[in-house]
Design a protein around this ligand. Structure first.
Ligand code: CO8
Length: 263
């Protein structure tokens, strides 16, 4: 067996084309700190550049996806430490600039930075045992990795305000009902399996169309509707220059299965 270069994450490719990254700091309930993000970012960058990988699943343990930023590590930070060294920027910059789909399978605690990490992924799957929340207010701070923005876009202002001002948790089932999560499974195992199955399905599509689809959906978070629709149309038009567009539409017309060229 090849020795893993990573200490805080486990990495495998359980299905062809599908990467699986498991956060692995069990003693601290996967509390997030910079050494973990250096490894996670390194692995995600490698997967993004690897032609043999088409989509990745990010998960934690059954007890915790991640119980937040490591409180013990950050408790003594000064303003100069935090602002001066752009604390947390490194935690989101890579994940939010990936080109290939990243699906999170969230079981157990997803609190604070753990909830925010899930919100940075393209699709969230969860299970009935999951506990989400932004408890930072109870620590004298506020969400610092996009929670106030991404959670608000996902569930609306009143609900986000309610959660962020009180620090109250919400369940996997609520996450699903409110649209934070795309699916809620009965068990953690089903959640991970479900995420892997979806990743596999995505890997079966043409790579260029997948990349374009992710790009345009993400644009909807930044652009107004008129600019967003125009952006979509430009990308849509561009795909008529791909071989896969010919392959996909010809296969439909001939009642055959498309064999993608990824060109
Ligand atoms: N930081 C450091 N250590 C932690 C954290 C954490 N966030 N969460 C759990 N641990 C540690 C515990 O200290 C404990 O260690 P030890 O055994 O050495 O005492 C171990 O993990 C197990 O935890 P518990 O014994 O507390 O387990 P319980 O099952 O009793 O409770 C809870 C589980 C409810 C999850 C509880 O651990 C808890 O409340 N944790 C803190 C949750 C929290 O407040 N998270 C938000 C942190 S603030 C934050 O994330 C700011 C976001 C900044 C941006 C992040 C960018 C991604």
């Amino acid at each position: 067996a090849i020795e893993s270069p990573y200490e805080h994450i486990k990495v495998s490719t359980p299905k062809p084309g599908v990467g699986l990254i498991t956060l692995n700091r069990p003693k601290a309930l996967n509390a997030l700190f910079t050494p973990l993000f250096i490894e996670l970012n390194d692995c995600l960058r490698k997967f993004d550049a690897d032609d043999s990988i088409g989509a990745t699943v990010l998960t934690g343990s059954q007890k915790a996806f991640a119980a937040g930023a490591d409180i013990k590590e950050m408790k003594d930070k000064s303003f100069a430490d935090a602002y001066g060294h752009d604390f947390i920027e490194l935690w989101s910059s890579t994940i939010t600039s990936l080109k290939k789909p990243l699906i999170s399978a969230v079981n157990g605690y997803a609190l604070g930075g753990g909830c925010e990490l899930a919100l940075m992924t393209d699709i969230i799957y969860t299970s009935t045992n999951a506990t989400f929340g932004q408890p930072e207010i109870k620590l004298g701070v506020i969400p610092g990795a996009g929670g106030s923005q991404r959670l608000t876009r996902a569930i609306g202002k009143s609900r986000a305000m309610d959660l962020i001002l009180t620090g109250e948790n919400f369940s996997g089932k609520q996450a699903y009902e409110w649209g934070v999560a795309a699916k809620c499974f009965e068990t953690p195992e089903e959640c991970v399996e479900g995420a892997l199955a979806t990743a596999e399905k995505i890997v079966g599509m043409g790579r260029l169309a997948v990349k374009a689809a992710k790009e345009v959906v993400n644009k909807s978070q930044d652009l107004g509707i008129r600019d967003g629709v125009e952006y979509e149309r430009r990308i849509f038009h561009g795909l008529f220059g791909s071989r896969d567009q010919k392959i996909g539409m010809t296969a439909f017309a001939e009642k055959k299965k498309a064999e993608w060229s990824n060109e």
